[in-house]
Design a protein around this ligand. Sequence first.
Ligand SMILES: [Zn+2]
Ligand SMILES: [Zn+2]
Length: 188
Amino acid sequence: MLITVLDLEKEPVRFDVAFEPGAIDYGGETLQKGPLAVAGQAELIEEKRIGETRGALRVVEDIRLRASYRGTFEIPCARCLDPVQHDLSGEFDLLFRPLGVDSDASERAISTPETEIGYYHDGGLVLEDVVREQVFLSLPARSLCGEDCKGLCPRCGKNLNSESCTCDKASADPRWSALSDLASRMKT
Ligand SMILES: [Zn+2]
Ligand SMILES: [Zn+2]
């Protein structure tokens, strides 16, 4: 969903959408399960700026985007790779400036906004891009299926939560094999 400055110049845009799985590409290992509900509104904020050298007043059209979202995601357990479910819900209140507007260092904003700043380009914002970013920010960097997850056997790859194997654990750990190498060298 593209939210353009042109639309916002007429009136604020309200939205209440459900993104089906696949509508937003999260890349990698993040899976969306079921629809992701996103509701909120976008409006234009006129940011007045003054140039220190020329003293000229300029109005910058920022897009303020406020929304809440709710959805379920799956990411693999960091140890055993089994999918771990995360129910996400949150809100955001973001301000987007036109890309390149902050490149003039001699100019400063008269009113400093109290929200996070992002940038939009080509005259608008793609809602999906903003939502994807927010989902990544809310997901844990590392997820475990359980604190006591035993992980995968580094030798045979079996999931040790559900199976046991007969691999020699001591020699499978490179730290131990380095130590035993050292021990055998010291003997000779
Ligand atoms: Zn696990
Ligand atoms: Zn094994």
